[in-house]
Design a protein around this ligand. Structure first.
Ligand code: 2M8
Length: 463
């Protein structure tokens, strides 16, 4: 590692340490002061570079919040246990009700009240929806690096329950892919694919608290109209008791997301490998079958151009948007040669290519807003997942090229939430944990380029 990369690694470490809350890491202290699902999975990979013990704890705390039906919440609120107990029992008392936002919301909206004071397996307040299941892949990578059998074994049942939930309760029609019931579940909240399905959701919420805009320019965040509909879906879900199978079969928002499905397929394949390594043959078979089922369903609806797009299940229409949701198909454990070629082209030279990683939306799309969240900027986690997929499918040079671009955006724009695809300018929240974590991993020997982030040609040019 050269001196500049050494400095960048130190900045990334310091960011993780600043965002550390002991057993979990907040994505960004000011904008996201709680624990998020896929954030924790990425962040665990950064902690691995600092402290394997801390890395395992990140995943353990995430899975401890699992619900009895297997759902791992997308968001788990940071609330000290005594306050949780107080509020859980007295939330109808007016004075507690008034104090609650300050006590448990911590300047984030929606507060736990919106989810009906739902609590996770470990008692913390949490949401009632999920997020892309990266946890099994992170667990496999932790196990591969540390060989810690007891800690890996302890996570197997929760991971398997999570995958079963997604392929059972969330697949009432047997499509082979989980149905997402809220845009937040995709992790790509305001992606244009969700515009049409969200248009059908008549907003019932008129006043939307927006503490997110206290620290980030409004132009870089979702619109109020998006928030009205996001919160309406939450209110309706809570009112109807969050019956997951029912919501997936007949709920107001139902979509298939190729990104989520591909991540799940890979998670099942990784859990199968892990179970196999731990001598759990039966689980290894079950998870391998799940991986095949999801990958096959995704492959079956891949278009002639080799790309899969989002589906709105209300009318079975396919989105016309080409977004990083399609690019994430690269992480699926199996892909046809035609799809692999098409995806490689799209992310490295085509409509999603950027000198700083993978664009969240086709550069030619009429809905493109290069600074606005999931409608244009590049995100480090997406670039990293695509590079991981390319490496898995044997496209090592392309994977290395993409990783160099991803690290370049952190060099150019700082440890931010997302970046302008043309300039690499940092956008959104500061001190963003998954950016720090994945950059730290890629700067080190476990990275997809083995830490060799400069090419021979670049070294010559610099000399
Ligand atoms: C963003 O989503 C949350 C809602 O879950 C928000 O905007 O408040 C998304 O980028 C999501 O992918 C991410 O996990 C979360 C925390 O970083 O923020």
């Amino acid at each position: 590692m050269d001196v500049l990369d050494g400095r960048l690694a130190a900045v990334c470490r310091a960011t993780l340490e600043r965002d550390d809350r002991g057993s979990y890491t907040v994505p960004a202290p000011l904008t996201y002061p709680h624990q998020w699902n896929w954030d924790s999975a990425f962040v665990a990979l950064g902690w691995l570079e600092i402290s394997p013990e801390r890395a395992w704890r990140e995943l353990e705390s995430l899975l401890a919040a699992q619900q009895p039906n297997g759902l791992v919440p997308h968001l788990i609120y940071a609330t000290p246990a005594p306050i949780v107990e107080l509020v859980a029992h007295l939330h109808d008392v007016p004075v507690v009700r008034r104090l609650v936002p300050a006590l448990v919301g911590r300047r984030y909206s929606p507060s736990p009240a919106w989810w009906g004071w739902r609590r996770g397996g470990d008692g913390r307040f949490c949401s009632a929806i999920t997020q892309p299941p990266v946890a099994a892949t992170a667990t496999w990578l932790l196990f591969e690096a540390t060989g810690d059998e007891p800690r890996a074994r302890a996570l197997l049942p929760a991971l398997a329950r999570c995958h079963r939930f997604l392929l059972d309760e969330r697949d009432p029609l047997g499509l082979g892919e989980p149905v997402l019931i809220h845009p937040w579940e995709s992790g790509r909240d305001n992606a244009p694919e969700w515009d049409a399905p969200l248009d059908r959701v008549r907003p019932e919420v008129t006043v939307v608290p927006r503490p997110d805009r206290d620290h980030v320019d409004a132009a870089e965040r979702p619109s109020d109209d998006h928030y009205r509909r996001f919160l309406t879906l939450v209110r309706r879900g809570t009112r109807s008791g969050w019956r997951q199978r029912e919501l997936a079969a007949r709920g107001p928002f139902r979509v298939l997301d190729p990104g989520f499905s591909a991540i799940l397929a890979r998670a099942c394949a990784d859990l199968s490998r892990l179970a196999d390594a731990l001598g759990e043959r039966r689980l290894a078979e079950v998870e391998a079958a799940r991986a095949e089922r999801v990958a096959a369903a995704l492959a079956a609806r891949t278009g002639g151009d080799g790309l899969a797009r989002a589906i709105d299940l209300a009318d079975d229409s396919e989105s016309d948007a080409l977004s990083c949701g399609s690019a994430l198909a690269l992480v699926a454990p199996s892909l046809s040669a035609a799809s692999l070629d098409a995806l490689e082209q799209v992310v490295l030279q085509g409509p999603l290519a950027s000198p700083f990683g993978v664009r969240s939306l086709d550069r030619g799309d009429r809905r493109l807003r290069p600074r606005c969240y999931w409608r244009g900027p590049v995100w480090v986690n997406v670039g990293w997942l695509c590079a991981l997929g390319l490496a898995t499918h044997g496209r090592r040079r392309s994977s290395a090229l993409l990783i160099r671009r991803v690290v370049e955006c952190v060099r150019a724009g700082g440890v931010r939430e997302y970046y302008a695809p043309g300039s690499g300018r940092g956008l959104g929240a500061h001190d963003f944990a998954w950016t720090a974590a994945l950059c730290l991993r890629e700067l080190g020997p476990r990275g997809l380029c083995g830490g060799q982030l400069t090419t021979a040609a670049e070294q010559e040019a610099a000399a």
